[in-house]
Design a protein around this ligand. Sequence first.
Ligand code: NAD
Ligand code: TYD
Length: 337
Amino acid sequence: MKIFVTGGAGFIGSNFVHYWLREHRTDEIVNFDALTYAGNLENLRGAEGGKRYRFIKGDITDAAAIAEAMAGADAVVHFAAESHVDRSILGPAVFVQTNVVGTQVLLDAALAAKVKRFHHVSTDEVFGQLMLGTAEAFREDTPYHPRNPYSASKAAADHLVRAYATTYGLPVTISNTSNNFGPYQFPEKLIPLAVTNLLEGKPVPVYGDGKYVRDWLYVEDHCRAIDLILQKGKAGETYCIGGLTQDISNLEVVKKIIALLGAEGSAMQFVKDRPSHDRRYAIDWSKAKRELGYAPAHSFDEWLAKTVAWYRENTAWWQRVKSGEYQRYYREQYENR
Ligand code: NAD
Ligand code: TYD
């Protein structure tokens, strides 16, 4: 099988490329990525140079480049996106361009290329927020209620993907997944930001009261879920993929990381809250369990320890990532908060 991956130089995409080449020994991957601030070819060491992998630098909004690059693909796995809520609050325009227009360009190309499957990687944030202290969880039939520019752009993309299925018969699947963590995650997101700040002897900025809840999914469990969807999932279907069955607050996550690193108790700094900060996310992944046999391979604590160890062992990777553009972003995001 030949898979056309978008955004394969980012966090989840690069983990997926490694996963797929390892697990599917005869398949080929074309990785199409614009190499924005979040794209990093260093994430793909080990894949590059092999006969089954090819990288193409390009923008998913460029219809001609996409049509040429997608030719001959059996399946598309679409990761490319602007992915960070805080950046979407600072500047929403590029989110609409990449996440909405880019997805529509890909859908047109996928129709023309007659791909057998278009898998769209989406987020649980399209559903909006749940309240603390409830047992509610997002399901495939939960109504959409996005509350920030990032989640609104992903919601728009999801609607377009479904519209191409019903209108033109494109064989699509969608996964709405919770917060991923693991190797190669850009240290603007909570877990790698916390780990790398602590390794640098800096405090972890905690938004608001820290009593926000995310459903944490280890990136390799996510890659395996996509594999299961491609093998066993039905065209036209959506699958909610999560990693937890119990709530863990941001405060608890940061405390666990502090304990794993043996850092000081004063390593947290409460800062001004994010506007329209979603209180709680939780995923009911029982459909994926029932229909695909999906379940996380390990507990959150085990995966978190493995992740912290990876950042400890790969200081050169994150130190390079945290130089340059990252410094400007960090000042804009955290100064005077
Ligand atoms: P990321 O920001 O780490 O990587 C995004 C990649 O897309 C980068 O390599 C970047 O260069 C590329 N890209 C951006 N704009 C592009 C464009 N116009 N053309 C081509 N390439 C472009 O993101 P991630 O965390 O790996 O997320 C991947 C996907 O998974 C996204 O669609 C995101 O919405 C979704 N998702 C992420 C999470 C999470 O917790 N990270 C959770 C649920 C869903
Ligand atoms: P993040 O990793 O940005 O993912 P998302 O906003 O997509 O869920 O944030 C995860 C949670 O951590 C969210 O509740 C916001 C919070 N957070 C902090 O408290 N401090 C930080 O510096 C960051 C980046 C996030």
